[in-house]
Ligand binder design. Sequence first.
Ligand SMILES: *Cc1c(COP(=O)(O)O)cnc(C)c1O
Length: 365
Amino acid sequence: MKFNPNLAQIKVYEGGKPIELVIREYGIKPEDIVKLASNENPFGVSKKVENALQKAAKNVYMYPDDSMLALKDALSKKYQIKNENLIIGAGSDQVIFFAVNAKSHPKMKILTAKTTFAMYDIYAKQVGATILKTPSHQHILSEFLEIYEANKDIDIIFLCLPNNPLGECLKREDVYQFLEKIGSNTLVVIDGAYQDFASAKDDAMHIEPSDLINRFQNALYLGTFSKSYALGGLRVGYGIAQKEIMDTLYKMRPPFNVTSLSLEGALAALEDKDFLSKSIENNFKEMKKYESFARENKIDFINSFTNFITLLFSDDMSSKECAQILLKKGIIIRDLTSYGVNGIRVTIGTPAQNDRFLEEFKKLL
Ligand SMILES: *Cc1c(COP(=O)(O)O)cnc(C)c1O
């Protein structure tokens, strides 16, 4: 059968290994599994969210409120924007899909860092776009600028701030200076999936969406409930931009793209500020354990502004093998070999999970 020829070059995306597969393949008891592979919140779901979901369950026979008014109002208040500046997606993933398709044309070009969130590539390949990448793995704005200047007609630039899977971030002032040099036809996507973590660690990294879109009409900010808010399973994310961009993104949106449970869960999560601050506090406190461990054992790591830490191995150690050995012990982390990096990305877990990982990892050194 003939298919869309653009799809021939796409490899089916494999996320962090699902717990169910590890249980089945290695016969490990579910309670012995430590999953630090998908940047999920180690505290599980907040009690307030759980209650809201239970209450909402009786209404799932009805279609969701497709205006999403309650969640939009809450997000608009949080960010001091108007509802017309917002679009809500089934994860911010879906908003990336909308953006790529909204800008797509036969000669489309996108620009990203060499090692960054895999979905930018996948959606761009689906529409046959040319994908340009900076030579360095991490975000270096001068490299972005050089490629941009050499190809003025770039349709979308993706800045993942902070970056998944490496963890580095850029200062707001540097990002704004960069944006000043980018023409109005280039959509600049600022993926803020981990901004809550970055802002808590260093205010110089903080990007305020209202400020961003008021200064730059061509910017699209992305946020998600999957990481700091612990709602990965509900699939809720959002985009924030000027109305002109929004009006086009809405043409891409399928009706009822966000479930009623997801809308209610996200609303409750926004209100549970204690859960959020506890999560962020635990994250950076526990991250120190990893940093000290790495220093003591002479392992390179990237200064992380996220809820994970990326450890970089020297040539005498293979991240692929390391991930395999840990997996057989029920510890799931993300090997970065497929990104061209000999290293692993480890989500910061609960104190017990981190201790278990570090204990098993030490045996491999
Ligand atoms: C997790 C993540 C997202 C989006 O996740 P959703 O669950 O689709 O909201 C977007 N960008 C980055 C960099 C991420 O790590």
